[in-house]
Write a protein that binds this ligand. Structure first.
Ligand code: AMP
Length: 477
């Protein structure tokens, strides 16, 4: 049984999708006006890992993510650079997808841009006008009247914007009926002096203009999932007003509730306690992070914290993650250097089984990855103790590796690629392991002189060879 924390009910709830094993999941995507930062990575790595876990449990997850490719910030950048806003958005969407691919975030079923769904957006606004939830402000736009939707504020349990909420300038207008009303459609200016050639516009039944921010998500989710679906995710800055607005739009249009069964929100990646964000200028882009560190370190940094807790980013947190991953690398290096034989230690099989079950229990309980990391390190410590007592049979290596590879399909930080390995002695280790294998072959063929020659070569590299039951072992001189 999988349980997730549902913001809508402020409690952990059993995950029971609406249609058996089928799950429809929508996660708010980025506004593509600049490179993504590691705060974005926090949210998207979590959802990627979560989806991979659900799929490993045979859930058929349709993971939909929108791309906000029309927005004030994009228009501002386009105007500054004298470029088409479509080119700006296309460029940063491409760069975002490259970053995600390096982070091994590859579970999204469909990315859907707002500008590719203008028809769907117009159709939703038409229905809101018909049902009298939307009203016109002349020479300005079409707005949603939140006083008409009695449940407004139920998700976040508030009705006013707070400091770290994600907001859009498009919602500002002095002529609104209520302070919290938000823009569904912004009319293009007809004043020739005010026309910005870098501001795009689309035809609509009410005149040329462009869509508001909140309506793009419900138009896209309705297109792929219908009026109701299972899980909606995003950072907690989107809870209010963005997600409240989505509920108000879709439930008003369809008359069906709940619009979404489970709302999942990630905590912030922070710098000195403040949300990392472009506007505060305290951000580190994903690609700048990758100039110094591998994607694996970022994934680990994200997943070693619980997804709802903040992650305080600083040099020490990165260094600590590196030191912890080094322990995994050293362990795997040791394990892989054991000579493989058929003998097996039953206690290792038992340990794998119990660790597996603990990990599953933690993931089932609101995706508690810090507990998974703790179980992994306990496992490593126990096997290391057995190794030092010569109690690990080399026949256990495959079983240990299979177990770790299996969990790593969800986590992607255990098994490092050659470039991602963090222990310096990797190449020397590889060479040593090759030499050990060669020496073993000579010993099997009773070519003692040749075997001794290799032993001496190994000693020259600073290691002593000890022959044990489970094969030769290296000790630093
Ligand atoms: P944006 O491009 O700002 O709309 O953000 C896209 C997604 O990244 C949203 O789900 C945000 O909540 C999330 N996000 C942005 N900054 C952070 C941060 N510092 N920590 C965690 N998630 C973030």
């Amino acid at each position: 049984m999988i349980r997730v924390y549902n913001t809508a009910t402020s409690s952990k709830q059993r995950l029971t999708p609406r249609r058996g094993k089928k799950i429809s999941l929508f996660v708010c995507g980025p506004t593509v006006y600049d490179y993504a930062h590691i705060g974005h990575a926090r949210t998207y790595v979590f959802f990627d890992s979560f989806v991979k876990y659900l799929r490993s449990k045979d859930y058929n997850v349709f993971y939909l993510q929108n791309i906000t490719d029309i927005d004030d910030k994009i228009i501002k950048k386009a105007t500054e650079q004298k470029k088409s806003p479509f080119i700006v958005a296309e460029n940063f969407e491409r760069e975002y997808l490259k970053d995600m691919s390096l982070l091994r975030v590859d579970s999204v079923t469909k990315y859907a841009g707002a500008t590719a769904n203008i028809e769907e957006i117009i159709s939703q606004i038409e229905r809101l006008i018909k049902k009298k939830y939307a009203y016109f402000i002349e020479n300005d736009g079409i707005y949603y009247d939140i006083s008409k939707f009695k449940r407004y504020g139920k998700l976040s349990k508030r009705s006013a914007v707070q400091a770290e909420d994600g907001v859009s300038r498009i919602d500002e207008s002095v002529k609104k009926r209520n302070k919290g009303d938000f823009c569904l459609w912004k009319f293009s200016t007809k004043n020739p002096k005010k026309i910005n050639p870098f501001e795009p516009k689309w035809r609509s039944p009410w005149g040329e203009g462009r869509p508001g921010w909140h309506i793009e998500d419900t138009a896209i989710s309705e297109k792929y999932f219908g009026a109701q679906y299972d899980i909606h995710g995003g950072g907690k800055d989107l809870m209010f007003p963005h997600h409240e607005a989505e509920i108000a739009q879709m439930e008003a249009i369809s008359n069906k509730k709940p619009f979404v069964k489970y709302w999942m929100h990630t905590g912030f990646l922070t710098v000195n306690g403040e949300k990392m964000s472009k506007s505060l200028g305290n951000f580190i882009t994903i690609r700048d992070f990758f100039k110094k560190h591998s994607p694996r370190i970022l994934r680990f940094m994200v997943l070693k914290s619980h997804y709802r807790s903040p992650i305080n980013y600083n040099k020490d947190t990165v260094e600590q993650s590196i030191q912890e991953l080094k322990k995994i690398d050293e362990f795997l290096c040791k394990i892989n250097n054991l000579r493989k034989t058929d003998d097996k230690n039953k206690d290792i099989t038992k340990l794998i089984k119990s660790t597996k079950s603990k990990i599953e229990k933690s993931l089932n309980d609101d995706f508690n990855t810090p507990l998974v990391v703790a179980s992994l390190f306990k496992f490593i410590t126990k096997i290391n103790t057995s190794l030092s007592k010569d109690n690990v049979a080399s026949g256990d290596v495959d079983e240990i590796m299979d177990f770790l590879k299996e969990i790593d399909k969800v986590l992607h930080f255990i098994i490092a690629s050659e470039e991602e390995l963090l222990i310096k002695e990797v190449s020397i280790n590889k060479e040593l392991s090759r030499m050990l294998k060669e020496r073993e072959l000579f010993r099997e063929e009773k070519k003692w002189d040749d075997a001794d020659k290799i032993k001496k070569q190994i000693e020259k590299l600073g290691y002593l060879v000890e022959d044990t039951k489970s094969g030769p072992k290296l000790k630093k001189k």
